[in-house]
Each structure stands twice: as C-alpha cells, then as structure tokens.
Ligand binder design. Structure first.
Ligand SMILES: Cc1cc2nc3c(=O)[nH]c(=O)nc-3n(C[C@H](O)[C@H](O)[C@H](O)COP(=O)(O)OP(=O)(O)OC[C@H]3O[C@@H](n4cnc5c(N)ncnc54)[C@H](O)[C@@H]3O)c2cc1C
Ligand code: SF4
Length: 546
C-alpha cells in the first residue's frame, strides 16, 4: 500500500505528526500502525502533562468534553524518604521548571486514544493490532516503507492454518514514533550510525500501578515525588504519586538502569516503596486496578541521536526527548511530532521523497524541545557521579544557574558507560533481600502481570531473541546471578534447576507470554545478547488507561 507518510506507533508523537500533516494539507495520505490491540493499550506513563504540546497541536483541547485531561495540578510535594520517615522539602528552593502548577494530571493512554479519534476524523488511517517488524529499503539504501509482521506462524517458525502474510506499507517518508528503545528505531540507529557522534542513550525502568482509593484518602490534583529509600548506594531513581479524576491514584517508581548491584530487583523496590507510611497512608483501603512497566529514556540533550536518515526520522521518545529531571516527555513527543510534520510537509511540497529531512535535524536544538532539555542536561550525569543526595543538590543548583544565567559551571557533562555495562560481579556486592509481599499493598509478579491484562498467542516464535543461547547460563549466571530474573518486571526470565535443592543442571527459561513490552532486557543485559522483537500483532499488555 502506498502512502505519502507512514508513521510507526500511535503514541503522542506519532499521532501528533499525523494530525499536523493532515491539518497542513488534507490531501497528504498518512497511515499509522500500532502494535497494541487498541490505541493506548501499550502506553504507560505518569502522567503529569505540560500542556505546551497540546496547546500548539489542538488548542481547543481544554473545552472539548471528550478530552480526558480534566485535573489540573493543585499542589506539588517533594519528600526525601528514609526507611521509617520522610522529610518534606520546601518548594521555594526548587528550580522553576520543577513547578507543576499549570500542568495537568491524567492517563497518557487515554489521551492517546482521544488523539487517535481526532486524527481519524482528520482522515488519518490508523491500524491498531499491526506491528511494524521491518524497514524496507530502496536501491540507494534509503527507507521506503515498513512491513508488518506475518500472522499465524507457529512456535517452530512454520506457518499454521491461519497464516497470513504481513503487509508492505510504502511511503515517501517514514516517521519512527515507537517510544523508548523502539525495535525499528534501534535498527535505523545502527544502520545509519545515528549515535556515532552522541553519548550513549541512558534509560530508567518505570513501574506503575493505578489505584482507586477511598474518598477520605484522596486529594484531587496533588502531585508527590520522592527520592531516597528504598534505593541504596549504587542505584538512583525516585517515585511519583499523582491523584486525579474519580479517586484515581497513579503510583510509580523509576530505577535508573545504570544500577550496579545485579541482585537489585526494580519490581521489588517498587513493592517495598509502597509499604512506606507516606504511601501506605494513601493506598490503604483502596483497590489496585492495573500494573505495568516501561523503559524511559533519560540521556537527554547529550544522548539525542542524529534524528534524520534517508527516507525518515525519529520522533518522540524514539529520539529520547524526555526531560528526566521533570520525568516528562509527552509534551516533547507532541512538539517533535509537530516539528517533524512541518519539515515533511515542506519536503513533500517541494516534490521531494525518501531523502534526509535535514531541516528537522537542524531545527530541534533551537526549538522549545532543545530549550527544555538543555537546562537539565547535567542533572543525570551529576546524579550518576555523586550519588543521590549530593547529586540531587548539585543538580538543583545547576538547574538554577541554567535558568538564571543561561549557563552551567559544569559546561555539558558526558554520560559514562551504557547501562548494560554498569553491573558489578555478584561476588563483589551484598545481595539484596526483599520482604515477601503482603497481597494488600505489595504484590508478587504473577498477580501483577495478571492485572496488566497481558495476552500473547502462545504458539508463536519467542519474540525475545538470544544471539547466543549459551550466554545466560554459561556467562551471566556465574558472573551476575543472571540478572534478567530480577530486572524483568514481568517474570519472563527464570533459571530452573533439574534439582532445585542442589542447584544442578541450570536451564534458562523464557516465559515470553508474560512480556509487558517494557524493553528493559534489550537495554540492561550485560552481554547485549537479548533482542526484543515485536510479537504477533495485538499481543502484549492491554493497559486500561495507564
Ligand atoms: C513510568 C513513566 C512515567 C512517566 N511520567 C511522565 C509524566 O508524568 N509526564 C510526561 O509528560 N511524561 C512522562 N513519561 C514519559 C512519556 O510517557 C513519554 O515521553 C511518552 O509516552 C512518549 O511518547 P511517544 O509517542 O514518543 O512514545 P510512546 O508513548 O511510548 O508510544 C509509542 C507507541 O508506539 C507503539 N509501537 C512501538 N513499536 C512499534 C512497532 N514496531 N510497530 C507498531 N507500533 C509500535 C507502542 O505500542 C506505543 O503505542 C513517563 C514515562 C514512564 C515510563
Ligand atoms: S521480557 Fe524484556 S521487555 Fe518483556 S517485560 Fe521482561 S524485561 Fe520487559
């Protein structure tokens, strides 16, 4: 099928690009493919949303009764947590950009669904339940489209009775809007060496639950962030707790994936965090509605790869446009969709096709996205170098000098190693022991995956591909205790012994049907041996408004 523009991913970035193109010229044909069974089914975010993107894309959103973003931030609270207590930090020394007043709290999945219906009413074709699995190339090596995956292939790789071939969607330009660590984006970055002159991308893993709490424990519009406990030396991150709509509480925890201790389990850190009195106070008596996890790009300004390649471009979190200090990226995803669409429109109007969108590449650093990321460029490197407490203090100071004097005493600090290279051997660390979940506030992985509504066709090839199947047991197990068992938030990876008591004949097991598509294994595996590929389309979580 031939289109002017093919967009991969119906998140805020992809949908904004599609809407902007149709607004600029209704005759441009635009298609969006989405691997989730519906638009929003694979989207997980906080979310406190800076309205700058929506205001520019679709200025009437505030008066549209269908727009799901109705709660404005009423109060910002920051806490430093210790194991038993917490210290509330005053708001006045906080850099201005950390102030959430004027922002809105809601579900980004619901916002994407609403944007999707607006895009369709503008004439955009959206195909949920179709994963883009391949980039298609022309004679000169340029991208000329994408192919969606075959359906009905068995675990043995052979076609089943219901086999149907994937489709080729060809376009004059392809916009990759797959979010953090996109599978086609990863291929484009490698093929066109888009990271060659940039720092490595850095990531966190964000775990989130959606709760409905009792009326007496609910404070509409309150936004709470914490740092400190339960993370210990060698790991950094923080939490969020946002209250909105009908007694909904979005509670989440982000662990930076440059942590060192291979016995750390981000899932269990999150569960432990919820048992702190500060959080328990809100959740007690409430009901957990949904669970999920997703990687979040955190390298910022220094790690944004070259965005344009022949025939296409990266937008949104596929490009790493997250302001990590603010834990916000949805506004930049929308802004980058708009910016890329403007440049695609210029190119199409000039009769161009399948070339490099140099103007998009040239424009982003001078745009609002660049201004947003530049101010916080040293925050993450300072956290990594100086640890949580000193790093956060220095990071705040740096944000102030950037705001007031448009400069930093640190210049632009580099990120160090990629996240896959930061683990220490298991022999050099003190193993972390986690408390058992109570089933009321804290839960185990299997009951959590259950409420993510994850579903995959079981008779299909394993979508988590190992370059060398021997590495997990031969290398990762003795060196790191096979950390995939712990960093995977869905219990996909297990080491099973023939004799559990004597630990003989270990075997690496992949329960691919549990995968919530967070992409952490693709990022953190110390041997870079795991590649996440899209499973049969429509498979994965079915998040309800995450
Ligand atoms: C825990 C957490 C908390 C966050 N909190 C906030 C917050 O409070 N405020 C904020 O502004 N931002 C927040 N963010 C960041 C925000 O979620 C992202 O910046 C935003 O989602 C990026 O939008 P996107 O469109 O680029 O990607 P995504 O929202 O990730 O959307 C990508 C879409 O592409 C689809 N897709 C991917 N690959 C393919 C493929 N090959 N074929 C077909 N479809 C594909 C996915 O299924 C998905 O629907 C948070 C992120 C996390 C993880
Ligand atoms: S298998 Fe990988 S992508 Fe899937 S949930 Fe586990 S860590 Fe995330």
């Amino acid at each position: 099928m031939e289109y002017d523009v093919v967009v991969v991913g119906a998140g805020p970035a992809g949908l904004s690009a599609a809407m902007r193109l149709k607004t600029l010229d209704p005759n441009i044909s635009v298609v969006v493919v989405e691997k989730g069974s519906t638009v929003g089914a694979h989207i997980l975010s906080g979310a406190v949303i800076d309205p700058i993107g929506l205001d520019r894309l679709t200025p009437d959103w505030r008066t549209d009764a269908e727009c799901p973003l109705k709660t404005s931030v009423s109060e910002d609270r920051f806490y430093f947590m210790t194991g038993t207590g917490s210290v509330k930090l005053p708001n006045w020394p906080m850099p201005r950009l950390m102030d959430n007043h004027g922002n809105f709290v809601g579900s980004l999945g619901a916002v994407a669904r609403w944007l999707g219906s607006r895009a369709e009413s503008l004439g955009v074709e959206i195909y949920p339940g179709f994963a883009a699995t391949e980039l298609l190339f022309g004679d000169k090596g340029e991208v000329v489209g994408i192919a969606t995956g075959d359906m009905g292939v068995g675990r043995d790789g052979l076609p089943k009775a219901n086999f149907s071939r994937g489709m080729e969607l060809r376009g004059k330009y392809v916009l990759l809007a797959e979010g953090a660590r996109g599978s086609l984006s990863k291929q484009a970055i490698a093929r066109y060496k888009l990271e060659a002159t940039r720092g490595p991308q850095k990531y966190g893993i964000g775990l989130k639950e959606l709760w409905q709490v009792t009326p007496d424990r609910f404070s509409q519009g309150v936004v709470l962030h914490t740092f400190g406990w339960p993370l210990t030396r060698g790991s950094t991150g923080g939490s969020f707790l946002y209250q909105y709509d009908d007694r909904l509480v979005s509670v989440g925890f982000v662990v930076h994936l440059n942590y060192e201790n291979p016995t750390l389990s981000p899932f269990d850190e999150f569960q432990r965090f919820k048992t702190h009195p500060l959080v328990r106070e809100t959740l007690t008596g409430g009901k957990r509605l949904c669970y999920g996890a997703r990687a979040i790009a955190s390298g910022g300004w220094q790690s944004v790869p070259k965005l344009a390649f022949p025939g296409g471009a990266l937008i949104g979190c596929a490009a790493g446009f997250v302001n990590f200090a603010r834990i916000k990226g949805s506004h930049n995803a929308i802004l980058s969709g708009i910016l890329a669409a403007d440049k695609v429109h210029e190119a199409l109007s000039a009769g161009r096709a399948n070339d490099e969108l140099i103007a998009y590449e040239a424009a982003w650093r001078a745009s609002d996205i660049g201004a947003d990321l530049y101010k916080v460029r040293n925050v993450k490197p300072l956290w990594s170098r100086f640890g949580l407490v000193a790093g956060i203090g220095l990071g705040a100071l740096d944000m102030w000098t950037n705001e007031l004097f448009k400069m930093s005493v640190f210049g632009t600090l580099k990120h160090s190693r990629p996240d896959s290279q930061t683990l220490k051997p298991i022999s050099e660390v003190i193993p972390i022991v986690y408390p058992k979940p109570d089933g009321v506030i804290s839960f185990d992985k299997s009951s959590s995956v259950f409420v993510s509504n994850t579903n995959h066709e079981e008779d299909q090839p394993v979508h988590l591909r190992l370059a060398d199947p021997n590495i997990p047991i031969r290398d990762n197990l003795p060196s790191y205790g096979e950390p995939a068992r712990l960093y995977c938030p869905a219990g996909v990876y297990e080491v099973v012994y023939a004799d559990e008591a004597r630990r003989t004949d270990p075997r690496f097991v992949i329960n691919a049907q549990n995968c919530v598509h967070c992409k952490t294994c693709d990022i953190k595996d110390p041997a870079q041996n795991i590649t996440w590929t899209p499973p049969e389309a429509g498979g994965g979580p079915n998040y309800s408004d995450m």
